[in-house]
Design a protein around this ligand. Structure first.
Ligand code: FAD
Length: 346
C-alpha cells in the first residue's frame, strides 16, 4: 500500500550500492506517450549500458497498458506499470505518492524525467520527498565510470557557462531534460521486455485534490518543437509591422512555423508561447531561419538541434554567424522581401 512502509523498502540513507538501474518516467496524456519520454529512453539506454544495468520505464495512468510494447521497442528492458482510475489525470499528489513508493521498493540509481510542465512538477515533488538531488533542465548526461555517478550538464549563470553537476551522496540521482535535446533510438519492432505491475492502494476519498473539470485551451495550438521549418524574428525586425510582414511572410512562403527571440516577445510582437531559447522552447527543425536575431547564448541553446540554421543580420560580427550553416550579412528589409518574392514565384 502506498501509505505503509514496505518491509522490502531500502532505507534511503543506506548503501548507495543498493540502488541499481536507470528509470525513465513515461509521461502520457490520455494514453498518448510524450515524445520526450521516448527520447529519454534513448538517453537512458546509453547510461544503463555504461553502468551495465537495466533500463526501466515507469508508466502511470489509467488504461495505458497499450503503450507498454512501444516502450520495449524504444529501449526499455523492463516496464513498471501502475494502471489505476485514480491516475487518470495527472495530479502531483497521486503521481508523487506512487512514484516515491516504487522508488522505495525497487531502488533505482538514476531517474530521468522530461522538463515539461508535468515532469518538472513531478521531479521536484519526488526529489523533495526522497530528500535527494535533482538537476533540472539538463542538456547532456553521461556516466563517470570510476565513481558510477551520473554527470548532468546544464547551462548556468544565465547560459554563460555549462555546469556539470554530480549527486555524490544521495540516491537516486535525478535529472529533468528538455524535449528535443536527446535522440530517440530507432524502434526495434517486436522487442520484448519484462512487465512489472506493482500493487498500490489508491483511493479517491483520501486525496486532497480532485479534478472537477478539464478546460482545454482555445486558440491556435503551437507546436514549435515538432516543426520542420521555423522562421524566427528578433529585435532587428524593428516593429510589429516589420515582424508581421517579414517573419510571417517568409513563414508562409516556406510553409514554416513562426518563432521569436525574447526581445520580440517582450516587445509584444509575438506571444510568449512562440519564444525560442533558454526560457522558451528548445527546437530541432530541419531549417531554422533567424531574422534580425543577434544570437545571444540564451537563444542559441534553444536552436542547436536544428539541422540547418540560416541567419540574416546586418552586423557581420553578430554571434549568430558563428553558429549558422548559412549567413547573409545585410539588411533584412531588402533581403527577405526578395526571398519571399522568389519563393512565391516557384
Ligand atoms: P538583439 O540582441 O537586440 O539583436 C538584434 C539583431 O538584429 C542585431 O544583431 C542587429 O545587428 C540585427 N539587426 C538590426 N537591424 C537589422 C536589419 N535591418 N537587418 C538585419 N539585421 C538587423 N533570449 C531568447 O531569444 N530566448 C530565451 O529563451 C532567452 N532567455 C533568457 C534567459 C535569461 C536568464 C536571460 C538573462 C536572457 C534571456 N534571453 C533570451 C535574452 C537574450 O540574452 C537576448 O537579449 C535576446 O535573445 C536578444 O534578442 P534579439 O537577438 O532579437 O535582439
Amino acid at each position: 500500500p502506498v501509505d505503509e512502509p514496505l518491509e522490502t523498502a531500502i532505507r534511503l540513507t543506506g548503501e548507495l550500492a543498493n540502488y541499481q538501474g536507470v528509470w525513465v518516467f513515461i509521461e502520457q496524456r490520455e494514453g498518448v506517450v510524450a515524445p520526450v519520454s521516448l527520447e529519454l529512453l534513448g538517453a537512458g539506454h546509453q547510461l544503463a549500458k555504461k553502468l551495465d544495468v537495466e533500463l526501466c520505464g515507469v508508466l502511470l495512468g489509467d488504461r495505458v497498458s497499450d503503450s507498454v510494447n512501444m516502450l520495449y521497442e524504444y529501449g526499455a528492458d523492463k516496464v513498471y506499470l501502475v494502471d489505476h482510475p485514480v491516475l487518470h489525470f495527472y495530479r502531483t499528489e497521486t503521481y508523487m505518492k506512487v512514484f516515491v513508493e516504487l522508488v522505495k521498493r525497487y531502488a533505482p540509481e538514476i531517474i530521468l524525467m522530461g522538463a515539461t510542465t508535468t515532469g518538472r512538477d513531478l521531479a521536484g515533488a519526488v526529489a523533495t520527498d526522497l530528500a535527494t538531488g535533482l538537476t533540472a533542465d539538463c542538456t547532456g548526461l553521461d556516466i563517470d565510470g570510476k565513481q558510477r555517478i551520473m554527470l548532468a550538464t546544464r547551462p548556468a549563470f544565465g547560459g554563460n557557462i555549462m555546469a556539470t553537476i554530480l549527486c555524490k551522496n544521495h540516491r537516486p540521482q535525478m535529472a529533468t531534460v528538455r524535449p528535443k535535446v536527446m535522440k530517440m533510438m530507432t524502434p526495434n519492432p517486436g522487442r520484448q521486455g519484462v512487465l512489472v505491475t506493482p500493487e498500490v492502494t489508491l483511493q479517491e476519498d483520501n486525496l486532497l485534490t480532485q479534478v472537477l473539470e478539464i478546460v482545454k485551451e482555445h486558440g491556435e495550438q503551437v507546436n514549435l518543437q515538432e516543426a520542420a521549418i521555423i522562421v524566427a524574428g528578433g529585435r532587428g525586425l524593428g516593429d510589429r509591422a516589420g515582424f508581421q510582414k517579414l517573419c510571417f511572410g517568409l513563414a508562409e512562403a516556406v510553409g514554416g512555423q513562426v518563432g521569436g527571440s525574447r526581445a520580440a516577445v517582450e516587445a509584444g510582437w509575438i506571444e510568449q508561447k512562440y519564444q525560442v531559447g533558454q526560457t522558451g522552447v528548445t527546437v530541432a527543425p530541419k531549417i531554422y531561419f533567424a531574422l534580425g536575431i543577434s544570437g545571444a547564448i540564451q537563444h542559441l541553446v534553444g536552436i542547436r538541434g536544428s539541422d540547418i540554421i540560416i541567419a540574416v543580420n546586418s552586423d557581420p560580427d553578430a554571434p549568430i554567424f558563428k553558429e549558422c550553416t548559412y549567413g547573409v550579412v545585410g539588411d533584412i528589409f531588402t533581403i527577405v522581401p526578395k526571398l519571399i518574392e522568389q519563393l512565391k514565384e516557384k
